[in-house]
Design a protein around this ligand. Structure first.
Ligand code: FAD
Ligand code: ZN
Length: 482
């Protein structure tokens, strides 16, 4: 196995003194808006979305251009100072929370570089927030389909770097499928201009794919060329009640086969998850009259097909006749559609407010997800009866956020003491179904030991060889992934 460069990334006084000695040069380069070092202003850069494990950094640098970003990285390489790239800081695995490194925030690099509705491409800088990318595409009559609950804060650079998924993956894929080209500042300060808008380009290795999902460990993404799509002419959305995940899978197959390829969302929520969401957000309304064990948010995007809300209603009536659904409500208005989607979007927020949970982000083959769910629930019940499983998310992709929350009245300290064991049995169960212990949130600092333990030696050796070849000084987000 190749050795890794190991810069000490703890907040050692020497390192910080060394970093602070460069502050005048960074101020000259970036101006006052580009350097943040007052403790109160720096604090938000040092905590994650869940408010966990506040990190530490000597200061944050905010370049406004690629040239400024390249100059920062060049100076840091010369001085052997590690950097932690940061986007919207909504990542869930402590990848963007500094552990003593200088924070490099891309938030000032938020411009549109080019929009080509005929080539169906939008080139934006890394700091542009996803919601603004969606709006820009919509204003040009096109669609950028990535959609997730953090879209008001997550930035294109972070989304690329985590290969983000979300609720449209079923139809459109993840960021690796949505990016045609990248501009990247390499760890020595050179700029890789691979910002192509080409759909066909077989000129050797696909270098952009190295940086997509690399969580900032191989370079700083400064701009991305994104694929645009036709805007649907409308949506047919329904909330469907099913008794179990096996029935949900049969419904998924039915809708895929009979629904003219219009299915763009198939998200599962357990009854317990819907209940805590309605409790935490009393302005939301219960979507179904009955009490099904699972709620499935189904959405078809209406292109030139015959699909329509009425056609979906007919399809779901047939699904009910075949025993594939217990209950279904069709959204009749855009407000109703948004109300259904709001329940799914608020579920992670409700869970956060509900309290402590041992969280997992797992995937297995779609066909195995019901069996996985039942097997993992049984395994956890054996070791932690005080856990309340709230498994929700992207059923249509075989991806569940499989979380063990605290059952009402149970002792929080017991669950906390069993957290490692709960994760071990869950991930063992995932492995037994040929799955992944990190479906969409990445590795960061949080799952690094898990990666080392569960990835094959061959894969780990290749990953380490890539890291050493591209970042020989080890200054790019050290301590993440490998
Ligand atoms: P950050 O958190 O700032 O950074 C993430 C990682 O990328 C870090 O390792 C960081 O160092 C690195 N990085 C950031 N910018 C750059 C750059 N320009 N160049 C190089 N490296 C960089 N994720 C999903 O995939 N699907 C979901 O459905 C989903 N739902 C979510 C819902 C909520 C409520 C929340 C809080 C998060 C959710 N996430 C989801 C996770 C998160 O939103 C994504 O991981 C997102 O891609 C992170 O973007 P960000 O800009 O916040 O990146
Ligand atoms: Zn998700």
């Amino acid at each position: 196995m190749s050795a890794l460069p190991t810069p000490a990334n703890s907040p050692s006084p020497n390192r910080w003194t060394h970093a602070r000695a460069l502050l005048p040069r960074f101020r000259d380069l970036l101006g006052p808006a580009g350097v943040i070092d007052a403790p109160a202003d720096l604090a938000p850069f040092c905590a994650d979305w869940r408010g966990r494990e506040p990190g530490s950094a000597p200061f944050a640098l905010l370049p406004a251009t690629t040239a400024e970003c390249a100059a920062i990285v060049g100076l840091c390489a010369e001085a052997r100072l590690p950097l932690c790239p940061q986007g919207g800081n909504t990542g869930l695995v402590l990848g963007a929370v500094p552990d003593g490194e200088i924070v490099l925030s891309l938030r000032r690099m938020n411009r549109i570089r080019a929009l080509d509705p005929v080539n169906d491409t939008l080139v934006v800088e890394a700091g542009m927030v996803l919601a603004n990318v969606q709006t820009t595409a919509a204003e040009a009559g096109r669609l950028f389909p990535l959609s997730l609950a953090a879209e008001g804060s997550a930035q294109i650079g972070g989304l690329c770097s985590t290969n983000a998924g979300g609720v449209g993956v079923l139809h459109y894929g993840m960021m690796r499928d949505l990016v045609l080209g990248l501009e990247v500042v390499l760890p020595d300060g050179r700029v890789l201009d691979a910002l192509t808008g080409l759909r066909k380009d077989n000129t050797g290795y696909d270098l952009k794919q190295l940086f997509l999902g690399a969580e900032g460990t191989l370079g700083i993404i400064t701009a991305a060329s994104l694929k645009l799509f036709a805007r649907p002419k409308g949506f047919a959305t329904a909330m469907v009640g099913v008794p179990d995940l096996a029935t949900a899978l049969a419904l998924l197959a039915f809708l895929k086969n009979e629904g003219e390829d219009a299915l763009t969302m198939f998200e599962a929520m357990p009854d317990a998850g819907v209940r805590i969401t309605l409790e935490q957000f009393p302005n939301l309304r219960p979507p179904l009259d009955g009490s099904s064990a699972w709620h499935i948010l189904v959405e078809q995007s209406l292109f030139a097909h015959a699909a329509s809300p009425e056609a979906l209603e007919t399809l779901l009536a047939e699904a009910m006749e075949r025993g594939l659904a217990e209950d279904a409500v069709i959204a009749r208005t855009e407000a109703q559609r948004q109300a259904f989607r709001a329940i799914r979007e608020h579920l992670p927020l409700a869970e956060k407010a509900f309290g402590q949970a041992v969280k997992h982000d797992v995937s297995v083959p779609i066909s195995a997800i019901a069996q996985f769910h039942d097997a993992a629930c049984a395994a956890i019940a054996r070791i932690a009866p005080e856990a309340l499983i709230i498994a929700f998310g992207h059923l249509g992709d075989g991806n569940l956020h499989f979380n063990a929350a605290l059952a009402p009245g149970a002792d929080a300290s017991i669950l906390a003491a069993k957290a490692a064991e709960i994760t071990r049995v869950t991930h063992d169960c995932v492995a037994s179904f040929g799955g992944s212990f990190s479906a969409e949130h990445g590795i960061g600092r949080q799952k690094r030991a898990e990666l080392a333990a569960r990835k094959s030696p061959e894969a780990l050796a290749l990953m380490r060889a890539l890291k050493t070849a591209i970042d020989p000084l080890g200054i790019m987000n050290p301590g993440r992934i490998v």
